[in-house]
Design a protein. Sequence first.
Length: 136
Amino acid sequence: MANEWVPIELYGPNNDGGKRRVIIADGVSVSVGTLLQMLDPRTASYSHLAKVPIVGVAAEEHVADKGIIEISVWTDGLFDVVASGSIALNDNLFTSLQDNKVQAYIASQALTHALQMRSYETGSDAEVINIRLGPL
C-alpha cells in the first residue's frame, strides 16, 4: 500500500488514537495506516472515492481470507499524510481519489464526514503534511 498515514501523536482518553473496532469484509487486505471509508456507522471499506465519509485509519493489518471481520481504527490524532493538490494551513479536508491522500474542499461543499480532517500546515501536491483527524 502507498501513502499510508503515519501517526505523529495519538489523542483520546487513553492516548491510543480513540481506537474503535469496525466491521470489514473478510476478503480485504489492509495495511496499517490505510484510510478507510465508512459504509455504515460501524462498517469500513477500503475502496476510495473522492469526498466520502471516513471511519478512521487502520491501526492494525487486516489479512484477507482469515475469517476475521473486524479491524481497529484510529479516530483521533495527528498524522503525516500525502497531499493531493495544494492545501493551506487550517483547511478542512476531504478524501482524494488517490489512495490515502487528502485534498482541500471547496467552500460551497458541506462536510459530510463523521470525522473531521484539518491541515496543520501548508503543502503542495505530493508533499507530506500534518493532518489533524478527530471527531466533529
